[in-house]
Design a protein around this ligand. Structure first.
Ligand code: HEC
Ligand code: HEC
Ligand code: HEC
Ligand code: HEC
Length: 135
């Protein structure tokens, strides 16, 4: 009987111990999603895959920046509470200072299409509308 209780106690404390470790690492943990995301527009949406782009060895800050336009690193993003600050339209909307960057369309086309035209290490991205846009 004593042995069983000892086993139970050991199992319970081991579970707490490991649970403690995993909670500790998940707390600071916002990462680039593995799955393709759909960027919703008013009329049309576009698709975007983090893994495809991260495989090109581009840094998070190539696309993500803060209100001071400083590039964000994976460490900056990891400690964010939620993804609101990463939403391009949260800044690039009708209240944005520069009139050329007041719509998500303008901000996205300037970033996405320009790089696709230039390419990265000789690899180019799609420049046709249907390369990015889905119905
Ligand atoms: C490199 C990717 C890419 C290409 C190529 C591209 N777009 Fe876009 N476009 C986007 C993204 C991302 C958005 C922002 C999300 C959205 O609104 O769909 C956007 C937004 C738009 C919007 C605003 C849609 C809305 O519902 O608010 C229009 C209109 C648009 N694009 C038209 C075009 C046309 C026309 C072409 C071809 C000449 C084109 N785009 C090519 C990525 C692209
Ligand atoms: C080539 C451009 C690009 C790069 C590089 C990039 N991202 Fe993103 N990321 C985006 C776009 C676009 C969105 C969607 C923003 C929106 O909806 O307005 C996004 C959204 C996110 C989100 C929110 C996900 C969601 O489901 O809403 C996270 C988290 C994120 N990125 C993390 C990262 C991290 C970490 C890195 C670097 C390791 C990174 N991204 C690199 C373009 C990029
Ligand atoms: C927290 C606010 C904020 C967010 C979120 C944000 N931006 Fe910006 N963005 C700025 C500011 C500020 C500038 C600088 C404008 C200037 O100097 O005129 C800028 C400039 C730009 C420019 C023009 C300069 C350049 O770097 O080429 C593009 C394109 C752009 N943003 C695209 C994006 C895209 C795409 C996203 C989402 C992945 C995004 N922005 C998210 C604030 C933001
Ligand atoms: C730093 C340069 C760069 C930026 C910024 C960038 N791309 Fe790309 N993208 C590429 C390159 C290069 C490829 C081709 C990758 C390959 O052939 O392996 C590509 C491929 C793609 C593809 C086709 C592959 C797939 O996932 O099916 C889509 C769609 C795409 N990008 C959408 C976007 C959108 C939307 C944005 C803006 C939110 C964006 N990209 C921003 C460089 C970029």
């Amino acid at each position: 009987m004593k042995k069983i209780w000892l086993m139970v106690l050991l199992t319970v404390s081991a579970t707490w111990f490991f649970a403690g470790i995993s909670v500790g690492t998940e707390a600071a943990g916002m990462k680039a999603p593995e799955a393709e995301i759909i960027i919703e527009g008013e009329k049309k949406s576009a698709r975007f895959s983090h893994p495809v782009h991260l495989n090109l060895d581009v840094a998070c800050g190539q696309c993500h920046h803060g209100s001071d336009h400083q590039p964000l690193t994976d460490k900056d993003i990891a400690v964010m509470e939620n993804n609101m600050q990463l939403s391009c339209a949260s800044c690039h909307n009708s209240e944005f200072a520069d009139p050329k960057l007041q719509t998500p369309k303008a901000a996205f086309h300037a970033r996405c299409k320009e790089c696709h035209k230039q390419g990265v290490d000789g690899k180019q991205g799609p420049t046709k509308c249907t390369g990015c846009h889905v119905k």
